[in-house]
Write a protein that binds this ligand. Structure first.
Ligand code: GLN
Length: 446
């Protein structure tokens, strides 16, 4: 299986460019060990997968799709990697992504431009665009991604996949290259809902190496699959259908909601009134956290160092000037500014206050409802090159996914159907640590 998978990737990836690099020898070795151990009660044993390039794999180059980490070989596995390896998983390679997960189209990668699996002239979404394209094109049955403001759900929507952003704290962030530590989560991208739950089963759980990891028992995420959704209370937020949402998306998501009603779900319209402030608050908070997290790339400890620097200061300056791409630099500057003494009250503090209002919006709805359903993205996948020069337009693409990260909630995108040959995502948002109910509805809908 691993040999065939590698062969197939070599034939298809010249065009798709989902992988930043393959780890052939390590994959074949992992497959050999899985065979030898023969532990096939473990559902992931011997199954190939793609790892997003910001999740540490011991001894295997991992770069966050940034030039500044070129050549960097982590000395330890991320906890999610470790858990997958323990389950017998075969990591075949690193999936392309936006540089340090900053972007929504995988175009900010320092290495490659991944294509959408359904239309090679379009973006795969991002930042986990390589993970999504690889799974949608059938190169691997599953991939891990990370989601700080939508980076699992949006590419899942653009490629017709199931993509889960678990509750903050459900999956350890140890070994995930930190972008915005209060928002980041690792999660699975798969073709089916059941596969998704099985992968989440394998990577979840308390980890003392991540201080924000939740010390809770992990339920079996497949447990409620197959149970009826009759009588389930489902909320539809009206703000998720307002300006900027395309007619195609509205049409398909409304059809999905009609289907849920036909299955017996009790669907009502609700309001999440602070939705419109989410993007602004997110880009202040995320940039602030990222500006601090990215200080570690100083040319001394990891990866790339500018070759011709003549003093310590020059090492920092030149390495960071040459090593980071324009989107990363933009956010470091934005974040450093928001945290500066003169700007803190007007920017960082305000954004933190908005975050609280958004959390309260969700809490209120979840007093009366089991789930929230909405579109995942305002539009379908767009043409490569059409938005990359307009950061504000790109940022607005996250308007429907960001609030979930600000509130730390679990949410999944599943395929709601196609329009003109391109998939459209239905987003299912749950209560904290209630991924099971999300999977129940997703499975019934699929
Ligand atoms: N597109 C969003 C951003 O650029 C989300 C990225 C993410 O979730 N990693 O910040």
């Amino acid at each position: 299986l691993t040999k065939d998978t590698l062969e197939n990737i070599k034939q298809t990836d010249g065009e798709l460019e989902a992988f930043v690099r393959l780890h052939e020898d390590a994959a074949l070795e992992a497959a050999r060990v899985a065979d030898e151990e023969g532990n096939f009660d473990n559902i992931l044993a011997g199954i190939p997968m793609a790892m997003k390039d910001n999740i540490s794999t011991e001894g295997l180059e991992t770069t966050g799709a940034s030039k500044i980490l070129s050549g960097f070989e982590p000395v330890y596995d991320a906890t999610a990697t470790k858990k997958l390896k323990a389950a017998g998983a075969v990591i075949v390679g690193k999936a392309n992504m936006d540089e340090f997960a900053m972007g929504g189209s995988t175009e900010t990668s320092a290495y490659k431009k991944t294509k959408n699996a359904w239309d090679l002239s379009r973006v795969p979404g991002g930042s986990s665009g390589g993970s999504a394209a690889a799974v949608a094109a059938g190169q691997v049955p599953y991939a891990l991604g990370s989601d700080t403001g939508g980076s699992i759900r949006q590419p899942a929507a653009f490629n017709g996949l199931a993509g889960m952003k678990p509750t903050y704290g459900r999956v350890s962030r140890f070994g995930l290259f930190a972008m915005a530590s209060s928002l980041d989560q690792i999660g699975p991208l798969t073709r089916t809902v059941k596969d998704n739950a099985l992968v989440l089963n394998a990577i979840s759980g308390f980890d003392e190496r991540d201080s924000t990891s939740a010390n809770l028992l992990v339920p079996d995420f497949t447990e409620k699959m197959g149970q009826s959704i009759k009588g389930m209370k489902v909320a539809v937020p009206k703000e998720y259908f307002e300006e900027g949402i395309s007619d195609e998306v509205k049409l398909q998501v409304n059809a999905a909601i009609a289907e849920l009603k036909a299955m017996g779900a009790e669907v009502s319209e609700v309001s999440l009134p602070h939705t419109q402030y989410g993007v602004a608050a997110y880009y202040v908070l995320m940039s602030s956290e990222a500006s601090s997290n990215l200080q570690r790339y100083d040319g001394i400890r990891y990866g790339f160092r500018a070759p011709d620097a003549k003093s310590l200061e020059e090492v920092y300056k030149k390495t960071r000037s040459e090593g980071f791409g324009p989107e990363v630099k933009r956010r470091i500057m934005l974040g450093t500014f928001s945290l500066s003494a003169g700007a803190y009250d007007a920017f960082f503090r305000k954004a933190a206050q908005i975050r609280t209002l958004i959390i309260e919006d969700f809490n209120k709805v979840f007093e009366d409802y089991d789930l929230i359903v909405a579109p995942t993205t305002p539009t379908q996948a767009y043409k490569i090159g059409s938005e990359i020069d307009d950061p504000k337009a790109m940022y607005m693409g996250d308007v429907l996914t960001i609030p979930v990260n600000l509130a730390g909630l679990p949410a999944m995108s599943v395929n709601a159907g196609f329009n003109a040959g391109l998939p459209i995502g239905l987003q299912i948002i749950g209560k904290a640590f209630d991924e099971q109910t999300i999977y129940q509805l997703a499975y019934a809908f699929e």
